[in-house]
Design a protein. Sequence first.
Length: 660
Amino acid sequence: MFGKILIANRGEIAVRIIKTCRRMGIATAVVYSEADADSLAVEMADEAVFIGPPPAVQSYLVMDKIVEACRRTGAEAVHPGFGFLSENPAFARRLDDEGIVFIGPNPDAIAAMGDKIASKRAAKAAGVSTVPGHVGEIDGVEEALRISREIGYPVMIKASAGGGGKGIRIARTDQGVEEGFPAVRAEAASSFGDDRIFIEKFIESPRHVEVQVLGDKHGNIVHLFERECSIQRRNQKVVEEAPSPLLDEATRQAMGAQAIALARAVGYDSAGTVEFVAGQDRSFYFLEMNTRLQVEHPVTELITGVDLVEQMIRVAAGEKLAFGQDDLKINGWAIESRIYAEDPYRGFLPSIGRLVRYDPPEEGTLGQGLVRNDAGVREGDEISMFYDPMISKLATWGPDRATAVDTMAAALEDFYIEGPGHNLPFLSAVMDEPHFRSGKLSTSYIADIFPDGFHGVPPSDPDRDVMTAAACAMQLVLAARADPSKRPREDWVVLVGPVRRPVRLSWPGDTLQVELVGEERSLLLTDIAWRPGQPVFRGKLDGRSFALQVRPAAEGFNIRYRASSLHVLVLTPRSAELHEKLPPKKAADTSKLVLSPMPGLVVSIDVIPGQEVKTGEQVAIVEAMKMQNIIRAERDGVVKAVGAKAGDSVSADEVLVEFA
Ligand code: ADP
Ligand code: ADP
Ligand code: MG
């Protein structure tokens, strides 16, 4: 076994790999860029080597620097994690030449499978069913148009080197190809340094089901069942689970057999994932193979009990797999939620910044289930614009799917993040949503269920009770602090969003009883844990534990409970009356402005003052997180002024174009 492993990655996955190495008694070294000097991974590793400026092309992607770091630390092997150099055959070969072990598949397998065009050809040859399309490079827009018409719209334009949902775009018309082809090509060149593009048929509303495979250097290959990753936005996974609610035993075996056939055909000898799109009728087509550890590997680990990082290390060291296919069984159900620094209320656009508060739920048992949180950050850390905006991966396990989902809902409720925007409210909404709960998934789930975008979910009656009780408790705490000698009043009016609820409070012992006047019911709040300034309120309402997030507001509190956010006021009857007479506040009129939806770099402003523009027409391109985002006019109009130029950095809501 290796004495020391170097981790050529950062963030959550670097931390994940360090944990397994520690358990195996292997020393660790990590590399880090200027942006990661104070990171958790650097703190946890036995050694850390500085490799340059924040942009990955100057640090994490520079092979010479990784090799040099191995020399300096004496590491005998490199774990590449995912992203960066993990699927680069030249890197695997280079390490080989230097006498360093690459913890991943052999370079030929990466070359055969790590590239989408090549892997589609290999899959076809191995008898695996593939998405219909053109399996070759495409030169220019003219050729792209001809091929798209041949395949028939809609089509998917894809970068052969693409990954992480980048370099991929649907086109439903000629115009879609004319705009999409150059955009994908530019994205591919800037993100992957490789602008080869191909086009395939777009399968409507499919499901994403993938098979985890694991091989050793002695010809043994097993699969560790499937994961379903259909909940996606921008073709990127957000919620994953194992097993898939779609599959029956026969399909599971057929998919597993195809995945193994493909792995065998290319001499696969590490952990890898064969991705399929599947129809609701359980037909399935090969998409691509990821020749690396997968982001969502924790769900497979939770249902099989196998540590995939450990297995990758063991097979890289030449060990034989210690188990065969028959030794592997599915135990229970696991769900993973990717907690992203992004704004779910604005089309999930990236949102960066400092984690002013970061308070994840505790790992371990929760009710009938288990909680695992894979993170590479601590409170105070920065989610930087240079890398993936992932904050952590929250995974839960239960003996069955319903328990895993309930455990996830409870764990999300107890997760507090402040600083960058984050998708916790969105994930909470998904866990309560009936289609998701029943396992009726598709990759168009988010578009289907939230057709006008995500704007939170109105609170249910029980949610409103929780918010009411917590607000009353906080009001009493604040009143007692203002004047400890005075007995607080008992009658209040709680405004829960638009709903008015007169209440009468009593506090026998350390419980709070909230009598809902006119509703003939009362709420009993116990185990209250909150002090002024704390962002999470925890307690038990009628015996059930809950946590909600609270921020002080001008009057009252801004409360988020699960997927609902509301302004909640606890007023005296007199001030409630006055409050109801106030005219509602008007929002500023921004209809004449095209605003940048996120912080980023202006690639181009495509209109000039005086120009007439129609709804839906492209007015600018803003690059953020290595993605080119086309900004379109939301109404017809004549351009009065432009507020930025190519090369400018803009913040969210900065004016790009103003209409007359
Ligand atoms: P997975 O396929 O493992 O489920 P993703 O597809 O989201 O997960 O990609 C895994 C990670 O690797 C993400 O952080 C993504 O940004 C990154 N990534 C994937 N492919 C590449 C690539 N070719 N170059 C750089 N980063 C990549
Ligand atoms: P990446 O390397 O970025 O993961 P994939 O080829 O795996 O790229 O595609 C990412 C996602 O895009 C898939 O999970 C699927 O939801 C969707 N997708 C890709 N190709 C197609 C297709 N031909 N038809 C429908 N959906 C597709
Ligand atoms: Mg993929």
